[in-house]
Ligand binder design. Sequence first.
Ligand code: SF4
Ligand code: SF4
Ligand code: SF4
Length: 303
Amino acid sequence: MVKRIAMAQLTSCWGCDQALVDLHLKLLDILPELDIVYWPAVVDYKMKDLESMRDDSIHIGLVEGCVRTEHDMHILQTMRKKSKILVAWGSCSCFGGVQGLANLRDVDELLKRKFKEVESITHATIPKENVPPFVDFIQPNVDIVPFEIMLPGCPPTGDNTLEALTALLTGKPFDLPEKTVCDQCPKTREEKHITGFHRAHEGEIDPDKCLLDQGWLCLGFATIGMCDAQCPTVNTPCKGCFGPSPKIKDHGAKIISALGAITDMEPEELEKAFPDPIGSFYFTDYAASYLSKIRAKSRRKSK
Ligand code: SF4
Ligand code: SF4
Ligand code: SF4
């Protein structure tokens, strides 16, 4: 039977949708099995089209992006109501994404910075018209409504999405792998005694050796292996965009604890090496961290 599929977008960059389109001819393997009933990124569907569907009438619902506004919240809750199987599509959906870093500031501060203080601003006005109200902080979608499948990645590769959809269409289970990016990486690793870190543009890389061993912060050891180590393979350190491997509860905490074990550096030296520790250690998943959750809890209490 042809399955009804819907792809909804919350606050996001559309990269997950684009990665799907990147599949090109491989899409022909699954498209005949799918009836696309909602995909506003590509066709001009309206919210009322989604709202008017029967509950549970969508076989597979994919949600890209995080909840930044009350409108996002409405889309997410409607998708949950209308979908039998809901997929958290991409790291925004699974963990809050890069936007989760905004949890370090209050909404008022963010609006002031974005619309009044940014150096390129010419008309310093905070827009009010046709702007949905913001929620106070970003949470992973999976903390708001239940999902059947998590598909992390920023974006998930087209092949990741194809694999998940193929499993759903054939009734097979789809589980996240326990391997890390390091397990997929072709570079040679040695026992680590790191005495200093280079910035991305500094130094000369030995292409055969582990980047972390050579002093570039490569987060492959704590990051789920679903991308075939595409960055380190071309000598770019992994930033951890797919989030932690399933056994790790808090990505950044794992990274910090590992750095404590593998570096021969004083805390002051580490602090200097990473002037933006939250951005460096929680690239796409700060909203899912213990730190962010504790901060959100104390904000709620102080209101
Ligand atoms: S997960 Fe990454 S690629 Fe996908 S929408 Fe979010 S920011 Fe864009
Ligand atoms: S280069 Fe990065 S991904 Fe490859 S083995 Fe070293 S830490 Fe792991
Ligand atoms: S290597 Fe790391 S940063 Fe690059 S795509 Fe994979 S998980 Fe993301």
